[in-house]
Design a protein around this ligand. Sequence first.
Ligand SMILES: C[S@@+](CC[C@H](N)C(=O)[O-])C[C@H]1O[C@@H](n2cnc3c(N)ncnc32)[C@H](O)[C@@H]1O
Length: 273
Amino acid sequence: MRSSDLRKIRDVLAGRSQGCILTADCRPLLAALPDDAPIAIVSDPPWGIQFVQHQASTGRPASNAVDHWIRRNAGIRVAGDDCPFEPAPLLRWPVILVGAGRFASRVPPGGTWMTWDKAPAKAPADTFSDSEFLWCSRPYVKRNVIRVLWKGICCCDRTRESGRRRHPMQKPILLMERMILALCPAAPVAGARPAAGLGRPLASPSGAADWDRVVVDPYCGVGSTLLAAMGLGRRYVGIDIDARWTRIARLRVRGLTGRDIDARLHNSAMQTG
Ligand SMILES: C[S@@+](CC[C@H](N)C(=O)[O-])C[C@H]1O[C@@H](n2cnc3c(N)ncnc32)[C@H](O)[C@@H]1O
């Protein structure tokens, strides 16, 4: 573990910096943080499903966006996805996790099970599943269905990202935004009645208000959670063990989209190769 990484995290926690993205194994970094660190874990960890994107087998040239996406990601393996995921190290802080149905036996009782409905409107009957289960440590979240379209190329981030998905397990920014709000609701407006559907306030040994917690995604991939946190005005920490993804996350956080990201990746590949 690099001490400079820990320093960068502490800078964000202390409000000296808005956010950071680190290429590192998240486990020793999280282990070095105290239980009362004012953070909330919002993440989509590897699920232990040994996902490998297979090459389209037709042999014909890629003819549409789905074909291009499949071919770009062919053979890519995702770090940590070869063994069952263990959520215990994350449970020291408020947490919400995508795909928790895959490791349901290892989350504690209490909290709220939530559904991500990926095909809320007319969506193609394709090979992707129609929903995933999320687990949130906040009990009694009543708005516990999140409807965000994400089926193949029918994705809600299509305009912003020019239809590109850059990580084989990329998630929509809108989904991550809803997850942040389910775990750490926005600050109440003075004089307003509490919003319906929020769970109980989080127990807060650090005294941090829910909306003031730093959003930490220890398995951040190409940074969808971090973009959502920025959009909500929250501070963020993103960690991924694979530099391929953190590189793209940094470009996305800088506001680059679609073709600009492609151009940067292309130029640096030319320089190094
Ligand atoms: C499901 S993907 C996250 C994708 C992300 N939601 C997105 O939208 O791009 C899980 C990520 O966890 C990373 N990972 C696996 N083991 C890790 C570890 N020990 N520390 C940090 N990152 C890890 C993988 O490299 C992978 O990018």
